[in-house]
Ligand binder design. Structure first.
Ligand code: S3P
Length: 429
């Protein structure tokens, strides 16, 4: 198991981060949604992380022809999705597994979805339950809650479903199932989760509308969809590690071009701004999504903040935000974030344990934590196999030095993270 030793950063930095990892959510969807067309999709800047490459391999196993020309990937779907002769391995990716459940539930054939030991312990009933209720045949341990999952695809019924969780993965799985149902379907969540699926499928010609009460109507298309022609923007969740770096290292600045400015994805930058960092947004284009540049600069010691609303819009950034909170003046609190417990690790437990190791006082709640801002101390932090924990505490290391155990997971979403970090400070792997 590999480890990283990050030394404290001695000089302020001013970085333009052209090489931030491409968006993971959008890349997964590119691999999957290209299967819904009858023509080749063109995808530029596909994320070459382990999670999204696993989705691309699954697309290939389902019969897609993948022409990888480096910067551009052309994905040519088969006339009919093929029943694969082997298991479909989603690696560490909850998005891969949950969205493929919805996509495959309506396809004739037998499919087995599995993943690494972390993914095999994450709850899948949130998608398999509603899919089973519309006629999908899915089985797995704990009555379809734990992978490996076996899907026997077939005809699905149209539905009206109100989700008990605000989850883009559940929403997307159900929208994908709705595309193959026998009539229009309706879906509602209590708070809008990230909406890449709606935006991208609309761009491919699907009729997806949302009414004033938040009900999404999905009408099954009559034929194949338009192919995708897309440049995947930079991932704001990956960019956020360096946003926190700029906000906590005196005199630092970063510029992140080509990033999605989708409001369901940049809430954590707004929180950093509320804590006192200087944050600027510049909109450049709108193709499927608003895309532009974010600039972040150090602006003195951060102030504590309470985060209990719009949780779905910053759920992935909470570990990095915890590092910013640890340096802030006062007690910060995160509430209504019980979803953190079922991410790549139990992120409430992982964040609290790591901060305590770094000498920061914390209180743990069932749905969040309180962080008493202070001075971070060098420590050895266990990532628990969770990429975002590993990267968050590598960033904390800029202030005090840090040793992070089990960093292989970083390759799932941000393969060049340590290379970028080593432009700011000394890093030993
Ligand atoms: C994702 C949705 C979020 C997020 C995950 C990616 C997606 O999960 O945490 O990293 O691509 O749809 P939930 O929708 O389960 O909250």
């Amino acid at each position: 198991m590999s480890r990283a030793v990050v030394e404290a950063c001695r000089t302020p930095f001013d970085l333009s981060l052209e090489a931030i990892a491409s968006d993971k959510s959008i890349s997964h969807r590119c691999a999957m949604f290209s299967l819904l067309s009858d023509r080749s999709s063109t995808v530029r800047n596909f994320l070459r992380g382990e999670d999204t490459m696993a989705s691309l391999s699954i697309a290939r196993q389902l019969g897609a022809e993948i022409e990888d020309r480096g910067d551009v990937i052309r994905i040519t779907p088969p006339a009919e999705l093929r029943e694969p002769d082997d298991i479909l391995d989603c690696g560490n990716a909850g998005t891969g597994m949950r969205l493929f459940c919805g996509l495959l539930a309506g396809v004739e054939g037998s499919f087995v979805l599995t993943g690494d030991r972390y993914l095999r312990s994450r709850p899948m009933k949130r998608v398999t339950g509603p899919l089973q209720s519309i006629g999908a045949k899915i089985d797995g341990r704990e009555e379809g809650n734990l992978a490996p999952l076996h899907i026997r695809g077939g005809q699905l019924k149209a539905f009206r479903y109100e989700s008990p969780v605000d989850s883009a993965q559940v929403k997307s799985a159900m929208i994908l199932a709705a595309l193959r149902a026998d009539a229009p379907s309706y879906y509602r969540e209590s708070f809008l989760s990230r909406d890449h699926t709606e935006r991208m499928l609309r761009g491919m010609g699907v009729s997806i509308t949302t009414d004033a009460e938040g009900w999404i109507t999905v009408t099954p298309p009559e034929g194949p969809l338009e192919p995708l022609d897309i440049t995947v923007p930079a991932d704001p969740s990956s960019a956020f590690f360096f946003a926190v770096a700029a906000a906590i290292v005196p005199g630092a600045k970063v510029r992140i071009p080509g990033v999605t400015l989708n409001p369901t994805r940049i809430e954590a930058f707004k929180v950093l701004e509320a804590m006192g960092a200087t944050v600027e947004y510049r909109l450049h284009e709108d193709v499927y999504e608003p895309i532009g540049e974010i600039r972040i600069a150090y602006n003195g010691r951060l102030a504590a903040v309470e985060v209990s609303r719009r949780i779905a819009w910053l759920i992935d950034e909470l570990p990095a935000l915890a590092v910013a909170m640890a340096t802030a003046e006062g007690i910060s609190r995160v509430r209504n974030a019980a979803e953190l417990r079922v991410k790549e690790s139990d992120r409430i437990a992982s964040v609290v344990a790591a901060l305590q190791a770094c000498g920061i006082e914390t209180d743990e709640y069932p749905d969040g934590y309180a962080i008493h801002g202070g001075t971070l101390k060098r420590a050895t932090v266990d990532s628990h196999g969770d990429h975002r924990i590993a990267m968050s505490f590598a960033i904390a290391g800029l202030l005090c030095g840090m040793e992070i155990e089990d960093i292989d997971c970083v390759a799932t979403s941000f393969p060049n993270f340590f290379e970028i970090l080593s432009r700011i400070t000394e890093v030993q792997i």
